[in-house]
Design a protein around this ligand. Structure first.
Ligand code: NAP
Length: 275
């Protein structure tokens, strides 16, 4: 019998998660049914409880429900506690709802694949929303030298640093106070989704800087286009992060981690073909 999975979000129409999980299941020989469901904020808790009451096996949670999923989970992983965000839910044999976040592990796996994450790196993280919060701890745990945070609403960056400063060398600063180049700049803002860019002073980027946009697209994202216009050569969008965080969720549900390289190539080709 096929195990039932779904991704809940709002909007959800363009989610690639069903496609990615079906490719993983094919690779692993697992029987899976995976649907996407558009769930409004007011209906989220009921929709989750109904899904598991109907013998659902696991849920992925995306914008705007990750904090609500965190609050709903009864047993939360240490990384979910740290991020105050949950993107993967499942029930144990006692019917307790477990929540974990795989976004940080997904980002770090993709940065490792790209060779963007080095032990001595000075890293700039743009954004202070759920995605930024989820990646701070794994980035610091990867042994980087320093993590600086800038956000459109500066107070949110200061609040994030206040919550997480015990984890490592972390500071928030206004974007205009950046005075030297970074080894890695990660865009965890949703600006690219709106065709906008959080402008960086030229000093932030050197030709050797690597730039990563969590947003993914068939075309170069506005953030990466702006970085390239300033001479940056090593760029990547967030499709690899999406595939890696999905592989981590798959491992939580099935007890085995699928190979990601072929799935990333297939999803990239599909994205380009849809242009
Ligand atoms: P969120 O909690 O809603 O936070 C949004 C962040 O973007 C905030 O820091 C916000 O700044 C900033 N922002 C929004 N519009 C902006 C603009 N026009 N200019 C500058 N900053 C802007 O969202 P999230 O969950 O953190 O997600 C952030 C992005 O990461 C989304 O685009 C999401 O699709 C992407 N993501 C990708 C993956 C992946 O697997 N590739 C995984 C997770 C998230 P303020 O605080 O000032 O509002």
């Amino acid at each position: 019998m096929k195990r039932q999975f779904a991704v809940f979000g709002h909007p959800i129409g363009h989610s690639l998660s069903p496609h990615i999980h079906r490719l993983f299941a094919e690779q692993c020989g697992d029987a899976l049914d995976y649907q996407r469901q558009d769930v409004g904020v007011a209906d989220f808790a009921d929709a989750v409880l109904s899904f598991f009451a109907a013998a659902g096996s696991g849920l992925n949670i995306t914008v705007p429900h990750k904090e609500a999923a965190y609050r709903l989970a009864v047993v939360r992983s240490a990384r979910a506690e740290c991020a105050r965000s949950v993107n993967t839910l499942w029930q144990d044999a006692q019917g307790r709802l477990h929540g974990d976040t795989t976004d940080g592990a997904g980002l770090c796996a993709d940065l490792q694949r790209l060779g963007f994450l080095t032990a001595s790196a000075r890293v700039l993280l743009l954004g202070a929303g759920g995605a930024a919060r989820a990646v701070v701890e794994p980035l610091l745990a990867a042994g980087i030298a320093r993590l600086d945070l800038c956000n459109r609403t500066p107070q949110r960056a200061y609040d994030l640093v206040q919550d997480m400063r015990h984890l490592g060398t972390l500071r928030a600063l206004p974007v205009e106070e950046i005075d030297s180049a970074y080894d890695l700049v990660i865009n965890a803002t949703a600006a690219s989704l709106h065709g906008e860019v959080m402008a960086l002073p030229p000093v932030a980027l050197a030709p050797t800087t690597a730039c990563y946009d969590m947003v993914y697209s068939a075309q170069t994202t506005p953030f990466l286009a702006a970085c390239q216009a300033q001479g940056v050569q090593r760029c990547s969008d967030g499709l690899g992060m999406l595939v890696e965080q999905a592989a981590e969720a798959y491992a939580l549900w099935w007890g085995r981690r699928p190979q990601t390289a072929a799935v990333l190539s297939a999803v990239r080709a599909d994205l380009r073909a849809a242009l």
